[in-house]
Design a protein around this ligand. Structure first.
Ligand code: ZN
Length: 432
């Protein structure tokens, strides 16, 4: 930064000496040393704007701004490219890149802007190679990549000169083999339209052993769920909510099948088989559609109120409704979402989805089906949680990841994970 300033001051001195003109040196097409983008810039009262149309022209691509995901994107047969602004002092919106912090008395302004760049390229032709050469952060191999980059922008005399540099220091490549090792089930959607096979068994089942409260029978659950459930139980205990009782956790396909047929049989006294099966399906999940088969869900009540609607009005039920999101859980089947989940209100059924996702769903009153739909409908969603952590979540189609893999070039303090979602795709979550 400082070197750059000294450099520009030197150039200015040379200019005044009349040896070389400023415009020719930095931005001129004749300069062989500058390989970035040259664009027109607009001065506003407190900012400089590099319009979307100018970025499109300079890169010979047709960018649009997506307000929901906050990204500038372009898509064509053969490639897609998007940019997301990662700095808070500037803005990226429908006007373009809006740069703040102009100093009026200087002959030029310079900015450093952090961007998350994502591209997916099927194959490079010469035009595309030229653009990626200007970005100096891509590669010429087909594939998909997410990279944190920095744009150095100098604006002088209504012209902007942009060069790019990769700033991610930690490179990871996700391919078909490594994916199997890292995939989790935080956002695995299981319902009537998204079923599990009858031989699906979770990978890391552990005994349900609550640090506070009790269990009704021996059972198992995914280890990560148990660990976070224990944190939840400890916190509830310190809030004076004691004696939770865990009555159900992982259930295999056959167990679910028995539960379902028992429910149908009990209903048969009052109705025909078709009606009984229909009714039973709203109360007990049809085999293959139960979250309990994932090992990511538990049923939890207290010692005096069992799994019944009235649990919602007990201090235990109220505490879960109010606080479970803090520990990565959601009350999965809500009263006002029955038409979407197709399951009755179950104030006792907790599903682990991981913190961040749980907070977003709770604060925006989204059930899991709605959250996944929102995720799939937007290219990329981003949000900040109350503790100041930032999240970027993206739905990636399976075919896309399996064909070419994904390269991540991010700084060391960025964390990421990939979750199963449905039969078509995964969710990539980046946290920083
Ligand atoms: Zn349940």
């Amino acid at each position: 930064m400082r070197k750059l300033r000294i450099f520009f001051i030197l150039v200015c001195i040379i200019m005044t000496l009349g040896i070389i003109s400023w415009g020719e040196y930095v931005g001129g097409d004749e300069d062989p040393g500058f390989n970035g983008l040259t664009v027109s810039a607009q001065y506003e009262e407190d900012c400089v704007i590099i319009p979307v149309s100018e970025l499109s022209r300079a890169m010979d691509m047709n960018f649009s701004f997506n307000e929901d995901s906050g990204i500038l994107y372009t898509e064509k047969d053969g490639y897609s490219l998007y940019f997301k602004l990662m700095d808070e002092e500037h803005e990226l919106d429908e006007r373009g890149l809006v740069l703040y912090g102009r100093e009026e008395d200087k002959p030029f302004d310079s900015y450093k802007v952090k961007l998350l760049m994502q591209y997916a390229v099927d194959s490079y032709d010469s035009n595309l190679s030229e653009v990626f050469d200007k970005l100096s952060v891509g590669s010429d191999a087909a594939g998909k990549a997410i990279k944190l980059i920095e744009a150095s922008i100098t604006v002088e005399d209504s012209k902007g000169y942009i060069s790019f540099e990769k700033i991610g220091t930690s490179t990871s490549e996700i391919n078909n083999d490594s994916l199997k090792e890292i995939l989790n089930n935080h956002l695995l959607l299981v319902n009537r339209d998204n079923t599990l096979s009858n031989d699906y068994v979770p990978q890391n089942l552990t005994k349900v052993a609550p640090s506070k409260g009790g269990v009704s029978v021996n059972m198992k659950v995914e280890k990560e769920v148990m660990d976070n459930l224990n944190i939840l139980l400890e916190e509830a205990y310190s809030d004076g909510i004691k004696d939770y009782l865990i009555t159900s956790a992982y259930r295999d396909y056959n167990k679910q099948k028995n539960l379902f047929s028992n429910k149908v049989n009990s209903l048969l006294k009052n109705m025909g088989r078709d009606a009984a099966e229909k009714e039973a399906a709203t109360i007990v999940a049809v085999p293959g559609t139960s979250e309990h088969q994932t090992g990511m869900a538990v049923d939890i009540c207290n010692f005096t109120t069992s799994l019944e609607r009235a649990f919602a009005d007990t201090p235990h039920g109220k505490w879960l409704e109010k606080n479970s999101w803090k520990y990565g859980f959601i009350v999965r089947y809500q009263k006002d979402k029955m038409d979407i989940t197709k399951i009755i209100y179950e104030p006792w059924h907790l599903r682990y989805v991981g913190v961040g996702h749980s907070e977003y769903m709770k604060m925006n009153n989204l059930c899991m089906e709605e959250y996944i739909e929102y995720l799939k409908g937007n290219r990329m969603i981003s949000f900040e949680t109350q503790d100041g952590s930032k999240y970027i979540v993206e739905y990636i189609e399976k075919s896309e990841l399996e064909d070419t893999g994904l390269m991540l070039d991010l700084p060391e303090n960025y964390q990421w994970m990939v979750s199963n979602v449905d039969k078509d795709g995964y969710a990539l979550t980046i946290t920083y």
